[in-house]
Design a protein around this ligand. Structure first.
Ligand SMILES: [Zn+2]
Length: 252
């Protein structure tokens, strides 16, 4: 095991990340959750909103940042990372300039099974209505029969439209880098500099129908894909906190 500077100190236990069924509220206030949808198997998909809307005199309309985790069910550290950001926002330990919407677990069925894809074996990050959406796919990357065919992606797209989401952080694993799409190079560079995880314009393989290609490339909404390291969250918690807290400083 390489020697990571934040590989846990005394008392830390880098055990397995809990699945969403361990705490359906992710340590966040249940009464502040907004149910945005349900999975194929009927598990709740919830969102939390933090912060205050910008005054009309300051440009009007609240520019909103979305942070989404658990798109892939075999990346539970992304759920914990997003939920812990919510706990810091709730406690006032970190603030954003505008509203922050959090969706800790977009794919609760996959998370419950510990598998990447949804209960219908759809790779949810190939099911968004990007111009690059393709029905041709590699094994394991079934994009669904058509864009937004899945209740999970429909729920997220509905939130994005209703709340006029102006920037997105999608938390994934395991590449330990700050991938970005759309006008987000400077933002990615700041998060990379703060965290030490490199900024990368692409991951080296095509991602048709991904959230990044839909929002970043087609709609020119800045989007980071924060790729966490391939280890339990406990082994890189401090770096993850630095990365996400820096991401909140984006000016929308
Ligand atoms: Zn992923």
């Amino acid at each position: 095991m390489p020697d990571h500077p934040d590989d846990g100190g005394p008392g830390s236990d880098p055990g397995p990340d809990p699945g969403p069924d361990a705490d359906p509220w992710f340590g966040l206030a249940p009464d502040r959750a907004r149910r945005i949808g349900a999975s194929v198997e009927g598990r709740a998909i919830d969102a939390w909103c933090f912060g205050v809307a910008r005054a009309a005199s300051d440009g009007g309309g609240p520019p909103s940042l979305l942070v989404v985790g658990g798109v892939h069910g075999d990346e539970p550290s992304s759920v914990g990372a997003t939920a812990e950001l919510g706990q810091r926002l709730a406690d006032g330990d970190v603030r954003a300039a505008g509203l922050v919407w959090l969706v800790p677990a977009l794919n609760p069925d996959g998370l419950a099974r510990g598998q990447k894809n949804s209960a219908r074996d759809v790779d949810l990050n190939r099911n968004f209505p990007a111009s690059s959406f393709s029905s041709r796919y590699q094994p394991g990357y079934f994009p669904g029969p058509h864009p937004l065919s899945e209740p999970e992606t429909s729920a997220l797209a509905g939130l994005i439209e209703q709340e006029k989401i102006a920037a997105v952080v999608a938390v994934h694993a395991p590449f330990a880098c700050v991938n970005y799409d759309g006008p987000a190079a400077e933002w990615a560079g700041r998060v990379a500099a703060a965290s030490g995880w490199p900024a990368r314009a692409d991951l080296g393989y095509p991602t048709p129908g991904s959230l990044g290609s839909w929002l970043g490339i087609d709609r020119r909404i800045p989007i980071l894909t924060l790729e966490l390291p391939p280890r339990p969250l406990a082994s890189f918690r401090d770096t993850c906190r630095i990365a996400l807290d820096e991401a909140l400083r984006v000016v929308l």
